[in-house]
Design a protein around this ligand. Sequence first.
Ligand code: HEM
Length: 447
Amino acid sequence: MSEVDSSGSAPSSPRPLPSKFSLPLIGETLNFIKDPGGFMIRRSHELGRVFMVNILGKKTVCLVGPEAFSLLLDEANAQRKGANAPHVEKLFDPHAVPFLDGETHRRRKKLLMEAFTPAALEEYLPVIEQIISRYQKRWEKLGTVALVPELNAMGFSIAATLFTGADPEASAADIETAFGQIGAGLLSIPVAIPGTPYARALKAREYLLGIIDKAIAAHEQVPRKDVLSRLLSARVGDEKLGKDEVRIETFHFFGAYAAVIGGLSMLAKCLAEDPAVAARVREEISREVPPGPLALATASKLGYLDRVCKESRRVAPTLPITFFGQIKRELVFEGFRIPAGFSAVGCIGATVLEDRTYPDASKFNPDRWLNPTEQQKAAWIPHGGGVHTEGHRCAGEALATLMLKTFAVLLLREHTLQLLPGQDLSPTKDKLFATPAGGLHVRLGPA
Ligand code: HEM
């Protein structure tokens, strides 16, 4: 038995993890599926920064706060192999990067990161801008608009263009529908009987893999300036991605776009709720951004907008948890025993919304990032934690940040955002990637 006490307290008489009553067999799975984000936050308020829940057939230790979360970042403590629910592995593919460990993971991750270098992002920017502009023109004409469904359509149009070479002027409604079904399947009781959400998700998966296969064949013939071509041509030393690996990861990237859409809608909500912040962003844009296409170097100079986008992902997290790991050796944390073999998960929402790390944590305050403490930096885990190439931190973080910034620049350069009254702005409960529940109805006015 190997013991680690990250808190420095005596490991001689560790206590069992705090937990609440749970039903036989099913445990607390139904409560978790109904509202994963709210469930984890409630439990952390009741039980503390490390606690046990019984979900998806496994005893799972939930880790809240940067110290507890960092246990997951050490591969001596936890592995991904066999740690996630079989239906989640099946939908993403058991060989997708979130489920890999050790050298196999590092090799894959380094190759994937080749698609997110500054040079790569620079290449993607024109098409991202083109599609966002196309949607904004539509919103201008409409005047008032429910942003969540619009951002969903816009996000999947960008994803289809970057990942399969689709026409940036066309909608990607079929892909959007298919990923809606996959998202519902991820958060369902996985029974593959025709008509169930899980069966629909499996069908949607096959449909999308068909689109990806065609795109790979076309990109092999004629490379393009997009993510798929970058993946196909990625090289680290003598290593390259096999066609199967490109197929699996491209599928996962589409799934990750649901998180981008969540991030965009939460950013829009924060800006619409706080006109003073929006005005400061607009002022920075008019000072720093010359007319014409946005350059990556210009986007990188927008310090206030950077803080705004960082803070919106903290105060309104879209993903409640990381992928699951499995504890490899017995650990002791703050006097609690975490047994080997338990599942483990990083609680994103509970960590980024903790008052003890971020005073007045529910307040949207971009300037808290002017002089953040080490603790605050370590607790900013909307994309996971650690080093991208070494661990499981989100591969698409830089692309997601660029998307958020481009969206804000194009929107606020010419418009004000006004929230329509009487709507529910709280995060959705029944989706894995949360968005404002009422759909985020706004009126666009001239800047
Ligand atoms: C605002 C948008 C996004 C958010 C909030 C987000 C969040 C996350 C989170 C929480 C993880 C899991 C970390 C863990 O399990 O420890 C993750 C992993 C990942 N994300 Fe993202 N993501 C976003 C956008 C993207 C985009 C645009 C892409 C790619 C196009 C992407 C690709 C990935 C990949 C490949 C992984 C797995 C990394 C690994 O296991 O090594 N993500 N992301």
